[in-house]
Design a protein around this ligand. Structure first.
Ligand code: IPM
Ligand code: MN
Length: 353
C-alpha cells in the first residue's frame, strides 16, 4: 500500500517522539513491502515562531493532500504565563481539528500487564480494564460563541442534532465491533445541550438493537471510572466532558506516555498521543515514545493494515516485558533508556519479527 503521511512534530518533546513514530512506520513499510512517504509541516508554537500562525495555510494544504496526519504535541509555557497572548499554540490544534473536519476523537484506555504496578489504582481493579472513549471534537464549548470582557465572560455549549447523530453513529459502530455496550455520558439533569444528546440517542438506539445503550451523568461516570474501570466498553460524550474524562482515563494505565488516539471525520484522519508537549523535557531524550508509536498502530489499522498494526503493538509489549523503558515507566533498579533507544528497539523488533 502507498500512504502519504504528514508529520506534524509541533513543540516540546514533539519532535523527539515524532522521529520515533516515523522510524517505526519506516520499519513497517520495509518489513511488509509498503511505500510510505512523509512530509513534515509546522504547527503550534514552532509555527508561531516561524511564521506567526499556529496552523499555517501551508500546513493545512500538506495535511489536506496527505492520507493521514501523524501529530505529536503543541504547547509552550511562554504562552501559558501570558493571558494576553494574541495567538496560542493550542489554537493551532483546534483550527486543525475544525478545518480537517475531525469530529470524532477515539481514545482507547488500555492497561499493560507489565505495568499494572504503576497505576495509582489497585492492581486487581485495573487488570483487564479496556474501554474506548469517543469524544466529540469540533463542537460544544470549544467552538461555541464566546465573550471575553473584563468583568464578564462566557462560552456557549452549542450542539446541533446532526453533530450529535454523527458522533453517536461512530460510537455505536465501535460498540458493535467490541463488547456491544455503549454508555452515553452527559449532564442531562442540568444542561439543555445534554438533553438534546439524550433525546437523539434515545431515538437512535432502536437502530442498533445489538448494542446495549445506557445513560450516565458525567459526575457519576468520573467516579465509576476510578471505582470500577472494567465496567466500561465504549463511552461517548461531548467535547469538554471528553477532554476531562480522557485525562482521567489515561491515569488508569499508569503513565500518560502510553495512550494513543485517533481523530476522524470528513477530512484527513489524524493520529496522536494523548499526552502534551512536556516542555521541561524537551531535548533531553527522556520522553516516552510509546504513545506516539501506538498512534502509528491506530493509523495502520485505520487503513486495514491489521497485521502491521499487530506487529507494532506486539513490539511495544515486548519492549515493556524486556524492560526497555524510558524513566517514567522503568522499574526501580533497572537502568532506564532514552526516547531514541526505546524507539530504535521497537522499530528493530517490528522489522525483525
Ligand atoms: C487534548 C488537549 C487539547 C484539548 C488542548 C491542547 C487544546 O488537552 O487534546 O485533550 O483540550 O482538546
Ligand atoms: Mn485534554
Amino acid at each position: 500500500m502507498k500512504l502519504n503521511i504528514a508529520l506534524l512534530p509541533g513543540d516540546g518533546i514533539g519532535p523527539e517522539i515524532s522521529q520515533q513514530g516515523h522510524a517505526v512506520l519506516e520499519a513497517v513499510a520495509q518489513r511488509f513491502g509498503h511505500k510510505f512517504t512523509f512530509r513534515e509541516a509546522l504547527v503550534g508554537a514552532a509555527a508561531i515562531d516561524a511564521v506567526g500562525d499556529p496552523f499555517p495555510e501551508e500546513t493545512y494544504q500538506i495535511c489536506k493532500e496527505a492520507d493521514a496526519v501523524l501529530f505529536s504535541a503543541v504547547g509552550d509555557p511562554k504562552y501559558d504565563l501570558n493571558p494576553d497572548a494574541r495567538v496560542r499554540p493550542e489554537q493551532g490544534l483546534l483550527a486543525m481539528r475544525k478545518r480537517l473536519g475531525l469530529f470524532a476523537n477515539i481514545r482507547p484506555v488500555q492497561t499493560f500487564p507489565a505495568l499494572l504496578h504503576l497505576s495509582p489504582l489497585r492492581e486487581e481493579l485495573v487488570r483487564g480494564a479496556d474501554f474506548v472513549c469517543i469524544r466529540e471534537l469540533t463542537g460544544g464549548m470549544y467552538f461555541g460563541e464566546k465573550h471575553e470582557g473584563r468583568d464578564e465572560a462566557w462560552d456557549t455549549n452549542r450542539y446541533t442534532r446532526e453533530e450529535v447523530e454523527r458522533i453517536l453513529h461512530v460510537a455505536y459502530q465501535m460498540a458493535r465491533r467490541r463488547r456491544g455496550r455503549l454508555t452515553v455520558v452527559d449532564k442531562a439533569n442540568v444542561l439543555a445541550s445534554s438533553r438534546l444528546w439524550r433525546s437523539v440517542a434515545q431515538q437512535m438506539m432502536g437502530h442498533y438493537p445489538d448494542v446495549e445503550t445506557e445513560f450516565m451523568y458525567v459526575d457519576n461516570a468520573a467516579m465509576r471510572m476510578i471505582q470500577e474501570p472494567r465496567y466500561f466498553d465504549v463511552m461517548v460524550t461531548e467535547n469538554t466532558f471528553g477532554d476531562i474524562l480522557t485525562d482521567e482515563g489515561s491515569c488508569i494505565s499508569g503513565s500518560m506516555g502510553l495512550l494513543p488516539s485517533a481523530s476522524t471525520g470528513t477530512g484527513t484522519p489524524l493520529f496522536e498521543p494523548i499526552h502534551g508537549s512536556w516542555p521541561q523535557a524537551r531535548g533531553k531524550n527522556i520522553a516516552n515514545p510509546l504513545a506516539q508509536i501506538l498512534s502509528c498502530a491506530m493509523l495502520l489499522e485505520h487503513f486495514g493494515l491489521i497485521e502491521e498494526a499487530e506487529a507494532v503493538r506486539r513490539a511495544v509489549n515486548d519492549s515493556l516485558e524486556a524492560q526497555v523503558c524510558t524513566p517514567d515507566i522503568q522499574v526501580p533498579g533497572v537502568e532506564p533508556l532514552g526516547t531514541r533507544e526505546v524507539g530504535a528497539w521497537v522499530a528493530e523488533r517490528v522489522f525483525a519479527h
